[in-house]
Write a protein that binds this ligand. Structure first.
Ligand code: ADP
Ligand code: MG
Length: 454
């Protein structure tokens, strides 16, 4: 159990010693101050969890002390002690951020109950702050690996849009590119950081359930609706709603969401009262929403509503510079988690990872690192630790090239072209790397590529 510290501020020495005795019995650590000046002085060197503060003090008044305390640290709980004659002052203190007040004379049992209740609230608050701090650390922009220029641009854009707290953000990119990670990072860097972020995976929840999850319902809205349920949109009030896989949302639900985006209101299922919420909306999808609107699968008006600040995260194969930094990043994570001592990669392993096309993007890469590290104990990741499909990419076997060319026997020139194109694809168009794989001098490779373009 945590020991809470309580500061008592009163100019009557007898009151101070009585309160001290009573609260010490409860196991609190007590700090005494016989004036407002003394209290503020002590605050320079100690931070109590709670202050019991007399309103009427000889020097600077209780209200002044309260103001100063709240300026110093607004998490400190202040309970005012006041005589009935100056009840108005106590009310004013509440407005200035006091937690509660005790009317003198009060019983010690009353004091104890009030202090205990306040500290329970504080415990909850501290737990929240602790969890919040963890989340914030976890989704810190600095922890998102971005070595490539493309990814740096994405992070830069995300950092800027985080500041404007009502702006809708649409994250597009293949599965596993880091859309959800980025959405959470934006939230935790936004002015809404201390408010909830509610994530809804539109692809994973069946349509009718999704609707009641989002909007909530009134008792009797349908057979199983015994009592009112508050929906996710209401839970996210003042915070952020993240619609993941929004491209998979049904057209009917899209229409309802559009209304929420337009005027911030909705009604619970079976209800009639419109409810207004203040939410920031972010959405993510691995579909091409422009194409989906052309096909009639996605409402154009909703698309425009969402597409205020579009951020597209490129697939990993288009930002190969991120591959090795990501491997090292995850290596550190799993060294800690599964007690390993990996330090790096053998050059062939690195080459194979660079050549592979990563259809599952960062998620696949992370899983690969985890798998290798849990199966092997070594200083470096070696080529033979890697799964077959990744190892293969180091040397393209001939039959693979041949099978890529269907139909007639290709001419030698066409075969060469196809093979080189294939290798280039695997190096993310990195020509010097491709030249190394092909055993060509880079200048020769450049010349060949140039000659095709004529
Ligand atoms: N740039 C990055 N740096 C660190 N980890 C990343 C990065 N991109 C993605 N990840 C990690 O990869 C996994 C997949 O990311 P996620 O955000 O779920 O992708 P998506 O939502 O696009 O499918 C998560 O574990 C995420 O933390
Ligand atoms: Mg996702």
């Amino acid at each position: 159990m945590k020991t809470f510290s309580v500061m008592l501020v009163d100019d009557e020495i007898l009151t101070l010693s009585n309160l001290k005795k009573a609260l010490e019995k409860e196991g609190y650590e007590i700090i005494l101050a016989e004036s407002g000046e003394k209290a503020l002085d002590l605050l320079e060197s100690s931070r109590p969890h709670l202050i019991l503060l007399d309103l009427v003090l000889p020097g600077i008044s209780g209200l002044e002390v309260l103001k100063k305390v709240k300026e110093t640290d607004r998490e400190i709980i202040v309970i005012m002690m006041s005589a009935y004659e100056i009840l108005e002052k106590a009310v004013e203190a509440m407005k200035l951020g006091a937690y509660d007040y005790l009317l003198k004379p009060f019983k010690l049992s009353e004091l104890k109950a009030t202090v205990q209740r306040a500290l329970e609230t504080l415990s909850l608050r501290l737990r929240f702050l602790d969890e919040f701090e963890k989340q914030k650390q976890r989704y810190y922009f600095g922890k998102i690996v971005a070595q490539s220029r493309k990814m740096k641009e994405v992070l830069d854009m995300a950092a800027r849009v985080a500041q404007s707290d009502r702006t809708t953000v649409l994250l597009q990119g293949e599965s596993g590119t880091g859309k959800e990670l980025l959405a959470r990072a934006i939230h935790y860097h936004s002015p809404r950081a201390e408010k909830p972020i509610v994530a809804i995976n539109c692809a994973a929840i069946p349509e009718n359930l999704l609707e009641s999850e989002l909007f909530g319902y009134e008792a009797g809205a349908f057979t199983d609706a015994r009592k009112r349920k508050i929906g996710l949109l209401e839970k996210a009030d003042e915070g952020t709603v993240f619609f993941d896989e929004i491209g998979d949302m049904s057209l009917a639900l899209q229409a309802k969401i559009l209304r929420v985006l337009e005027d911030g209101t909705f009604v619970r299922l079976g209800g009639s009262q419109p409810i207004k919420v203040n939410i920031r909306v972010m959405a993510a999808t691995n579909r091409d929403l422009v194409k989906e609107t052309e096909k009639g699968n996605f409402r154009q008006d909703l698309f425009y509503r969402l597409n205020v600040v579009p951020i597209t995260i490129p697939p990993l194969r288009e930002r190969k510079e991120d591959i090795i930094p990501l491997v090292l990043f995850f290596m550190e994570e799993f060294n800690r988690e599964i007690k390993r001592n990996f330090k790096g990669l053998e050059p062939e392993a690195a080459q194979a990872l660079l050549n592979y096309s990563w259809p599952g993007n960062v998620r696949e890469l992370r899983n690969t690192v985890e798998r290798v590290m849990s199966l092997y104990q070594s200083e470096n990741i070696q080529l033979q630790f890697l799964p077959q499909e990744i190892r293969q990419e180091l040397n393209l076997p001939e039959d693979k090239v041949m099978s890529a060319l269907t139909g007639n026997w290709p001419t030698l020139e066409n075969l060469e072209k196809a093979y080189i194109a294939r290798v280039l694809e695997h190096t993310g168009n990195n020509k010097s790397q491709a030249a190394r794989i092909l055993g060509l001098n880079p200048a020769t490779l450049y010349r060949k590529i140039k000659s095709w373009k004529k």
